[in-house]
Design a protein around this ligand. Sequence first.
Ligand code: G3P
Length: 248
Amino acid sequence: MPESGVTGAVAEPASGALLNWGLSEGSTLKIFLDTANLDELKKGASWGIVDGVTTNPTLIAKEGKPLAEQVRMICDIVDGDISAEVVSTEAPKMIKEGLELIKIHKNIVVKCPLTRDGIQATKALSGERIRVNVTLCFSPGQALLAAKAGAYIISPFVGRLDDIGWTGMDLVRQIITIYKNYGYQTQVLAASLRSPLHVVDAALAGSHIGTMPFKVLDMLFNHPLTDKGLDQFLKDYAKVFHETPVAG
Ligand code: G3P
């Protein structure tokens, strides 16, 4: 096994392409919230449809509390994969940070940027069966490197590619094709989703996960015909029974 810089027993060597995260075939699209805000997470979790959370240094900084403290509180709210990003830029330090982050909670997924050091750290952490979300992915070639390093998740940033005039969702589709070609186990997490249409397109592309701001999740509920239809149902009911139905 190559020198990983990680201390501790190796449960199973990382084989990159063949690293098996125990994911079942035909799993559904998981919905993650891309926020570190506790109120948003509590509200989203109360709807029963949030499968996990992604954070990044910007989102953590917005909340004003140290990373470990904020992430611990997030783990108390959402029972699912919680991505927490390292802030070091050199592989040995990223690995050290990752090993600290996973002590916070069993659901922590270490997030590493798609740099040379980030991939090196991913390979080392994955070799220890530590789950890594490789972030800031903007090309299929980068995604290939992350899968080869044994990443648990790859995060292509759809909205930020759209921002520079590219079709961000094409990247998601290309990654899914490449991973399928070779049976990579790395999950594709469509990130930087900015609208309900992005979420639908990510699902149509076959993403394993879509992460979105609270505002976008909330918008997914909306349809004028739902509101109109419900209004009519309740009016019709009240006309006959002279009351608005109240539970209990
Ligand atoms: O957390 C990563 C990503 O989802 C950020 O999204 O909107 O800042 O590009 P955005």
